[in-house]
Structure formats: C-alpha cells, structure tokens
Write a protein that binds this ligand. Sequence first.
Ligand code: DGL
Length: 284
Amino acid sequence: MIETIPEITNTKTAAIGVFDSGIGGLTCVGKLIELMPNEDIVYFGDTARIPYGTRSKETVLRYAKQDIAFIKRQGVKIIIAACGTVSSVAVSHKGLADADILFTEVVTPTAQAAVASTRNKRVGVIGTSATIKSGAYAKAIHGMVADIKVFGIACPLLVPLIENGYTERDSVVTRIIVEQYLNPIKAEGVDTLILGCTHYPIIDQIIEDYMGEGVKLISSGKEAANAAYAMLTKANLLTDKATPGTSRYYVSDSTEQFIENAHSYLGEDLNARQSIVELANIEE
Ligand code: DGL
C-alpha cells in the first residue's frame, strides 16, 4: 500500500512535532500544552531503541535522523528534539534538520536559562553518559559566559528507573541512586542544576529534596518548549484555533507500557486532549 505522505506545511494549523527516545519528551509536551493549549502535538518515543544515552555518537545521529524523518512525514510546522542525548550530538551537527522547517534542540535554550539563573557562577549538569561525554552543555554555557564553572555528572541508571516507573517521591531506590550521583555536584556548591536529560524532570522532587531549596533546577524539556513557543511566535505560526488541540503519540514498541508511563506524568492532559497512542513504523 502506498502511504500518502502529508506535505510539510508551514502553516498555522500544522502540528508541533516532538521526539525523544522514550517518555522524557513528555516533560516538554507538558509545558507546550501549558503555553499553547490549542496546538496539535505529534510525539514520537523510540521505545524500541531506548536508551540512547549509552550509545555512540554515530548511532545516536543515525537514530535521530530516522526520528526526524518520521516526525516530518506527519506534516509538522516545527520539530523539537526533546532529548538531551540527541541534542548534544545535534548541536555539533548543524545539518541534522533541514533548513525548510523550524527546529529546536534542548541544549541551547537550557544553557541560556542556566546562565540567567546562576548567581555564584557554579552550575551543575546531569545527563546521560553520551550527553556528559559530549561536553555540549559546558560548551554552550562557556560560549555565553566564559567564567561560569560547570560540573557534569553522567547518571546512566536514571532513565531505566524512570521508564520502569520508579518515579514516586518516596521511591527508596531512586532516592539512593540520586544521592549517589548528585553527591559530588552538591559538594561543589552549585546554585543551579541543569536536568540535561529530558527524563529527569519527572523525578524533580526527589532531586530537589536532595539538592535543597537553594538550588534552582532547570528542566531541559520545559526550556525547549519555551524556545519553540518563541520561534513559532516570531514566525507567526501559532494556531488561530480557539479549541483545545489533540495529541498523537507514536512509539516504536509496546503502546501499553507507554500509556502507563504517560498517564502517571500527563494524566489529565491525556484524557482531555483526545489523545491516541499508536505503534509507529519508522523504517520507511
Ligand atoms: N530523554 C533522553 C535524554 O534527554 C534519554 C536518553 C536515553 O535514551 O538514554 O537524553
């Protein structure tokens, strides 16, 4: 069967496209819905190939290109790489998205927010192994303000914990692992902590409990949503619709698992926005 491929429509009525390796990008979607409740959203979570953060740059790049191609085929007006790992690779590969469509990754807007937040010029970054190894957040921050000290720690166990539902504030296992990872960053006296993987804001209460109220947490998912809002506003591409938008979620593996995870994070929005969750075929 020949599938009809929607044209890329740079029109106000087209949807906002978001992708991640799993449910992390929902931290971006939550903020998009808050900022632009009437926009339609198309989401892709590559749950068959998660985690991305332990893979090589080449593999992440290959996956990212396929994710972007899939999202583009849905006929969107902007693409958000709501994945810190893809973004860390993407910032040094400018050709990842075509110039014919608006595109944002998470690193640049998140670094901007951290620079605006820090008072003592000591910023922590937590992310996947690939993200921390890339040094992308430190490079972005130093490109804005050279004398900010950046302390990065990879937290590879957090994505599997979150994808498996260990997200409650009193989850003993997640609290212990968070403490273990964050101890050296806390010791550096940072006043701002970048949650450089979009999954991490799902457990922000646990992270905040450990870091203390004096440390400002920056959600990379939310900052990407803010950036997308600014880009759409500037391009005059915000929808004119006055009714709530719809959401289409695609995953590359088990829709059940995704629905369960998504419900605990986006519960009401999922019900209110006529959401559908479908299995995606990304190998076209
Ligand atoms: N949400 C992804 C990120 O922001 C998780 C990466 C992974 O799949 O390991 O990095």
